[in-house]
Write a protein of this length. Sequence first.
Length: 480
Amino acid sequence: MTTGTDLVEVRAGVYHDSVSLMRVSQALTARPGVDVAVVAMATELNVGLAREAGFAVPAAGPADLLVAIRAGSAADLDEAAEELERQFAALTGGGGGGFETAGAAPRTTGTAARGFDATLALVSVPGEHAFAEAMDAVEAGLSVMIFSDNVPVAQEVLLKERARERGVLVMGPDCGTAIVGGAGLGFANVVRPGRIGVVAASGTGAQQVACLLDLAGAGVSHVLGVGGRDLSAAVRGRSTLAALAALDADPSTDLIVLISKPPAPEIAQKVRRFVAGLRTPVVFALLGPGADDLTTATEKALRALGVPVPRWPSWTAAQATAPDEPQAGPDGEAGPDGRAGPGRGLWGIYSGGTLCEEARIVAGAGVFTDYGDDAYTRGRAHPMIDPSLRLEALASAEGVVLMDVVLGHAADPDPAAWLVPAVRAARERGVDVVVALVGTDSDPQGLRRQADALVEAGASVFVSNAAAARHAAALAGSAG
């Protein structure tokens, strides 16, 4: 339905994944003359957001596709509609995850599993629907990765208990990253295969460790995410213990790294007792005061396997040095303009919860916000895809800003494109920007290409989040 300069359509029985639809919305919004573009599955939440924006949305269901575009003129709207069709054509032709639900398409996860030789299901639906889909997978004898967030903890416990009974693994909810047999799931970096297995109650923490291992010339056998709440007192490490046991039995894994935000103390002790009975050595990266940071834990893993520990690359804002000539080690001296000093303030603007917590612990002072938290992702894409909230925070920050940029599949295809103008504007206001850049040279975005662009804009860039936090703390004049 087209009314004035509004276009509203509901396309029945047409599905595209949320990441693809977010990118279509971003492409339309970026066009001159387009004021608002909402392209999403017609869930109750998305329909409500479109109506709040003033669109007259007809009746629709979550299996329908909603298109709502507002432009400045009828000509702009026509051009936006043409671009919309080009975007959809590219998704369909390029294997972008779209299909029509009519015909012989399976209606349940269990039905789909019976039609394929499947052992693992990935669930990425709104949180209120994830339990039913994940339980269907478990009952079908599949391990399951639950990318969805906003899943009640009681449902998580039920899923993991049933998975234990069925002898399968539940990764998640809110499991952002996994690599199973070389296949990346969710937000996954391109890393080389190796002998180190990773169990992580953290997506970005797993990405940090895997990318550092890759930079050191090592690699991973598998990365098994378990969800950020798994080591809480409520969930009691159910998936962590199952994942540790699986890697202990894996002949391609010689060492395991266990990663988590600060766990419940009694659950950490439970896990340590379990690890004592394993044949495979385990390096702990359980963040907390006095505990190893992720970089230190990675270095311990490398030494345990006899792999030399490199000097982790970093590039300061003083000059865009060659990538193979890293500058400014983890002690993090003040910037070349001499603006370090007390009272400047340190602001952590993060997309990864574990990276945010690690930076908070390492820096010792400052205000830190994890924009990947459930409170910020309800009704919008993860900040590794949609940077709008972080850009708003950077535009209003003062003093020193510390932020992560995470590369890899499913993440923003070129984060420097939106961050470079924001960094330049911040520098003009006298704000120092320090970036923890998590990625590899093999990632689609290119680690060194992103680093060069950010440094040229005036940011200091570190591949180690802990080193970035120390540098930022020094610039702000805090204890670090």
